[in-house]
Design a protein around this ligand. Structure first.
Ligand code: FEO
Ligand code: CA
Ligand code: CA
Ligand code: CA
Length: 594
């Protein structure tokens, strides 16, 4: 337009109002459609989805449950491979009359195993638009389902460690399956990094005396909420196979262009409840990976490879994630502790900010942590981070570097358990229901740096709440935002934030905020998702003509069931809800955000 994009982030759309509608709501002038949802065909021989006649065999060929991370690998202008994580199954919504894992049929438990993992699907653009559709005919040679039963391998320094050995895998090299893959990232060589998050919930009978079991909140008995995977695969019973739980909680690398490839659990990146893994290059060309551990009072991590990324030298690049240093973040505030009083009021220097350092934990076979071997640091990374005095954060979710400004942004989703005595300048709000967003500026804007400056540009919530902060922007103009989860950037460097768990009595959604210029802090809501859903993805495509979101767990409301669904999205009528990936685009082909 004639006003240009200067200082405006190019964002001119009319924000969507908070609502509780059972719909995907987008701004005026935009269109949306569902790309692929639970039960849709992934493998060419997948049967048609039938809610009342499900089988594990069918599910292992169909799109899994609870889509989360979404990324696209272009194959020309109008075709792409899409990778999607399937974080977890919700049997109460998947099966009629489900009362828990103890009473479930073995087939239901096997469907649950097959509903996890991820999918590779071919998608194609509706020519001349930002709309993308699932390819449903032809060979689809790359299409693939990865599940909780897919053979994988370990790579990196902890491979073959005694801590990873089991009766079925005496060498500690070949884990089976991945679980609770939440968000993720991609590598410069065109593979997916997918993050195993809340893997603890799948196990029963963990040791009651092993502090490492407690540190990862692994169940020590059999609870009524367990899916009871142990009933069909004994390895999930830790009384019989205590090390099996150590084989989950990793970053998994998957090559979408090689459907026969074995997924790789990269041990050099540590084991915790991984939210995501986003990569960038250091000033000298090495690979840096930013990662969060999404639990209350957990930490933020960075891995930096020893060697440089060499464009086109694939064999070399695929070793980078095995050799490097794993760091954990420590944040130090620059205001007196007395000024961080928990009221949400800014300290006298008018900013929650300070300096920080990346503390090394382990590099190859060298441990930097007293009393722990390198393998122990990698397998029990939380324990190592405790020992070096890292900063306990308000649930670190997604973390990603802004390709334009080079700042690194972290979504800290919430932490209702933080007490007034536990606030610090990086986590300044007690009973933090709505979360905040942290900005890290590494020294010389170098992802290889070990020191940084940081600040909090966004303290989420109702803008009328004095304990919120929108980077000093006029709070009468911003959208309310609560529980930031995933972050992404468009090519202009605007920060896109999706939410999970909106505590403002409205549905979750997708928001955008410029991080520089006069509109820094101007949060606007771009879409809302249906009842009970969280917003995942998100992905603004490189050409900025499409924005993808994963609509996870529509209808997941207390007491909901197939007999009384809380959502009928996306199929409408009296249908059961289906977690699905949707795409939105400007109806006249303008840039997303116009
Ligand atoms: Fe699976 Fe931390 O969201
Ligand atoms: Ca300060
Ligand atoms: Ca998430
Ligand atoms: Ca989440």
């Amino acid at each position: 337009g004639k006003h240009g994009d200067h200082g405006r982030g190019g964002l001119t759309f009319k924000p969507v109002a908070p609502n509780t509608d059972d719909a995907l709501t987008i701004p005026e002038g935009y269109s949306s459609s569902v790309v692929v949802g639970w039960g849709d065909p992934v493998l060419p021989d997948a049967p048609a989805f039938d809610f009342d006649n499900q089988s594990a065999e069918a599910q292992s060929k169909q799109f899994g449950y609870n889509c989360d991370f979404v990324t696209l690998f272009p194959m020309g202008h109008n075709r792409a491979l899409m990778w999607v994580n399937h974080e977890y199954s919700d049997e109460r919504l998947m099966f009629r009359g489900y009362t828990g894992g103890a009473a479930a049929t073995e087939e239901q438990i096997k469907i649950g195993l097959a509903a996890h993992g991820g999918s590779v699907v071919e998608v194609e653009r509706v020519r001349g638009t930002g709309q993308w559709k699932l390819v449903t005919s032809g060979r689809r040679r790359y299409n693939r389902r990865v599940t909780a039963q897919t053979p994988m391998r370990f790579s990196g320094p902890a491979t073959g460690s005694d801590l990873l050995k089991t009766a079925a895998d005496a060498k500690g090299e070949n884990p089976i399956g991945m679980l609770n893959n939440c968000a993720g990232g991609t590598t410069p060589w065109g593979t997916v990094l997918t993050a195993e998050e809340n893997f603890d919930q799948y196990f029963v009978n963990g040791s009651k005396t092993d502090p490492n079991v407690a540190r990862y909140t692994i169940p020590t008995g059999v609870s009524s909420s367990s899916r009871r995977f142990d009933r069909v695969e004994e390895r999930f019973d830790l009384a019989k196979h205590p090390n099996e739980a150590n084989r989950f909680g990793w970053i998994v690398e998957i090559d979408p262009f090689d459907p026969d490839s074995t997924p790789i659990k990269r041990t050099a990146l540590g084991r915790f409840k991984h939210e995501a893994a986003n990569t960038t290059l250091t000033r000298d060309g090495r690979l840096a990976v930013y990662m969060g551990d999404d639990s209350r009072f957990e930490y933020i991590y960075k891995f930096v490879s020893d060697k440089r990324y060499i464009p086109g030298y694939d064999r070399h690049n695929r070793t980078l994630l095995d050799e490097g240093t794993l760091y954990v973040a420590k944040f130090t505030g620059d205001s007196p502790a007395s000024e961080i009083d928990g009221s949400g009021k800014l300290p006298s220097d008018q900013a929650f900010d300070g300096s920080g350092q990346w503390i090394p934990l382990v590099s190859g076979s060298k441990s930097f942590v007293d009393g722990m071997s390198a393998a122990e640091v990698l397998v029990f990374t939380r324990v190592a981070a405790d020992k070096v005095g890292a900063t306990k954060m308000d649930r670190p979710e997604d973390i990603e570097r802004n390709p334009v400004t080079k700042g690194v942004y972290v979504a800290l989703t919430n932490n209702s358990n933080r007490t007034a005595a536990q606030v610090d300048e990086a986590n300044p709000r007690p009973s933090n229901k709505h979360g905040h967003v942290l900005e890290i500026v590494e020294r010389r804007d170098d992802a290889g740096a070990t020191t940084f400056a940081w600040s909090i540009p966004l303290v989420c919530g109702d803008p009328n709440d004095p304990a919120t902060y929108f980077a000093g922007f006029d709070k009468t103009r911003v959208s309310p935002i609560s529980c930031p989860d995933n972050v992404a950037f468009d090519r202009d460097g605007n920060l896109w934030i999706s939410t999970d768990g909106n505590a403002l009595k409205a549905n979750d959604g997708l928001f955008v905020m410029p991080v520089q210029g006069r509109e820094r802090g101007y949060v606007r809501q771009f879409l809302t998702v249906p009842v009970g859903a969280e917003t995942c993805g998100p992905l603004v495509t490189e050409d900025q003509r499409s924005v993808f979101v994963a609509v996870q767990h529509p209808g997941e409301v207390d007491g909901a069931s197939p007999e009384s669904p809380a959502s009928h999205w996306p199929d409408g009528g009296s249908s059961q809800p289906r977690p699905s990936v949707a795409v939105a685009w400007h109806s006249r082909g303008k840039k997303i955000g116009s």
